[in-house]
Design a protein around this ligand. Structure first.
Ligand code: SF4
Length: 71
């Protein structure tokens, strides 16, 4: 998971929603603290993906994108 800093507006929703994972740097742009959050955090991470106004939070792995989790 990454944050596309060139898109980030610094609105801060991500840090408010999941402070364990996102942190705004000194310029106000979001940084990912934990690239592979523990499963318990994923619901809020995925909520952030949807709430980010510029779709700057990019998830390329994890429960939200697991192919089939049938076991
Ligand atoms: S929610 Fe999106 S625009 Fe706002 S700080 Fe986080 S990554 Fe940047």
């Amino acid at each position: 998971m990454t944050v596309e800093q060139s898109r980030c507006l610094g609105a801060g929703q991500c840090e408010q929603l999941v402070p364990e994972v996102f942190r705004q740097d000194e310029e106000g742009l979001s940084q990912v603290l934990v690239a592979e959050p523990e499963p318990a955090l994923w619901p809020r991470v995925l909520q952030t993906v949807h709430l980010c106004p510029v779709q700057a939070v990019i998830v390329d792995e994890g429960p939200g994108h697991a192919p089939q989790d049938t076991e």
